[in-house]
Write a protein that binds this ligand. Structure first.
Ligand SMILES: C[S@@+](CC[C@H](N)C(=O)[O-])C[C@H]1O[C@@H](n2cnc3c(N)ncnc32)[C@H](O)[C@@H]1O
Length: 423
């Protein structure tokens, strides 16, 4: 496919969210832009029912609720479920007053027991020892002041998340989070730490109003196994891409501090359940993974998997299994959505292609073939933006309409085409 002079278009990335009220509460590089979602939603002139099966930071659910629609998000990561619901909550003036009083109390720096530092690997790579002791004290104060799970605790935790990342040595100049080279940059004085907390409190509390006018919620679930509710008019989502980005890895500082992760092994277990997960055991288990025998294998997927497999010995075999499993999981997901949609409902998947050893994995085409096989009609692929200046990496919207039940009978036969030669 030729793309012409396609641009990187930052307005369609997470960067656009940073100045968009509650959408800017937490930075997740693979989050998509609220602008993208709003442009799709503005075609509906009456309230509709929306589902996002891979809701991440809750962009689609919040955008839909802000436009008076009702929306539900699903995510496999409990930290993101918490964050999504904190962003979607309706906050009253009295909630704001209570949160402001709590922030003021923390700034008066009353003595409390500091919390234990989290057991994240190589913690001083993240935080300078003095910054770490500030954060432990801050965590202890938040725990002492706000009742767990209260709105005040949620707001203080969002402020805390912003503070830990701004005071850390994390760098965001790559697709996934890395560390800055200049360690001096993260040796902040106590005054700078307190100022950072105060600033973040102001940013978060100023962005509370207005409340979203529609109803939105995020639930914990596995979107390749089951989805909640039914009768949705629109499914809009951005699933993980087949590019080995681990969301648990990206989110680990928050997850450790807030108690969603206690040890490294839990991270790998959660990533194994996630689509495209690749951390710890999630990679070692791939070495023995085998596709289910009745798996639908689109031709473009079979070709990509075979070429990656042939490209580079053991590593090629591992990456071929990674790509193959990713699409097996997506195929299972496509099976779960059909009876959840109204006839005529629209689905929009924002996805990027990827490349391993120079072999292109055309995720957009594979999605289109899978949606076709699952019984969707009017399948369209639109190129949204270029993702990377060097390689042929793009982001696409794959759209389709839901019409009738699928012609499942053909699936088993096609599934035999490539699998026996690979495993
Ligand atoms: C690209 S991110 C979504 C970003 C989102 N659009 C946003 O703006 O923040 C993909 C999400 O899918 C979630 N995920 C991965 N596997 C899942 C599964 N099996 N069921 C539900 N969610 C899953 C990940 O935890 C991650 O949050």
């Amino acid at each position: 496919m030729s793309h012409g002079p396609m641009k990187q278009r930052a307005e369609f990335t997470h960067k656009h969210n940073l100045n968009s009220g509650r959408h800017g509460w937490l930075r997740l590089t693979p989050a998509y832009s609220v602008k993208l979602v709003s442009e799709i939603l503005c075609h509906y002139d009456k309230a509709i029912s929306v589902i996002d099966p891979f809701s991440g930071t809750g962009t689609s659910v919040l955008a839909a609720a802000e436009q008076e629609h009702s929306a539900i998000g699903v995510d496999i990561n409990p930290f993101l479920v918490w964050l999504g619901n904190a962003k979607l909550a309706k906050y009253t003036p009295s909630d704001l007053a209570t949160a402001l009083a709590a922030v003021a109390k923390i700034l008066r720096s009353e003595e409390t027991f500091p919390a234990q530092p989290p057991s994240i690997h190589n913690i001083y790579r993240w935080w300078h020892p003095e910054v770490l002791s500030f954060l432990c004290k801050l965590r202890g104060q938040i725990r002492a002041i706000a009742k767990k799970h209260s709105k005040t605790a949620n707001l203080l935790d969002v402020i805390f998340c912003q503070t830990i990342i701004k005071l850390s040595n994390a760098a965001f100049n790559h697709q996934s989070m890395s560390f800055a080279d200049d360690k001096a940059e993260y040796a902040h004085t106590p005054e700078v730490c307190i100022e950072c907390f105060r600033d973040n409190a102001r940013i978060v509390l100023e962005s509370l109003a207005p409340n979203p006018s529609g109803k939105g919620t995020v639930v914990l679930g596995d979107s390749k196994a089951a989805l909640p509710g039914n009768g949705y008019d629109l499914l809009i989502t951005s699933p993980p891409y087949p590019n080995r980005i681990s969301y648990i890895r990206e989110l680990r500082p928050y997850m450790y501090w807030l108690g969603y992760l206690k040890e490294a092994r839990e991270a790998g277990e959660l990533d194994w359940k996630a689509i495209g997960g690749t951390w710890g055991v999630a990679t070692s288990r791939l070495t023995v993974w085998k596709p289910e025998p009745d798996m639908f294998l689109p031709v473009s997927l079979g070709e990509a998997v075979s070429a990656i497999h042939a490209a580079n010995g053991m590593n090629g075999r591992l990456l071929a299994a990674y790509v193959h499993k990713y699409f097996c999981d997506m195929w299972r997901h496509f099976q779960t959505i059909k009876d959840k949609l109204k006839t005529g409902a629209k689905v929009v998947y924002i996805v990027g292609n990827s490349s391993f050893y120079g072999v292109m994995v055309p995720a957009e085409q594979i999605y289109a073939e899978m949606l076709d096989m699952a019984g969707f009609v009017n399948i369209r692929i639109e190129t949204i933006r270029k993702r990377n200046s060097k390689k042929e990496l793009f982001e696409y919207a794959v759209e389709a309409d839901y019409a009738t039940a699928s012609p499942m009978g053909q699936i088993a036969a096609i599934g035999q085409a490539y699998a026996p030669t690979l495993f």
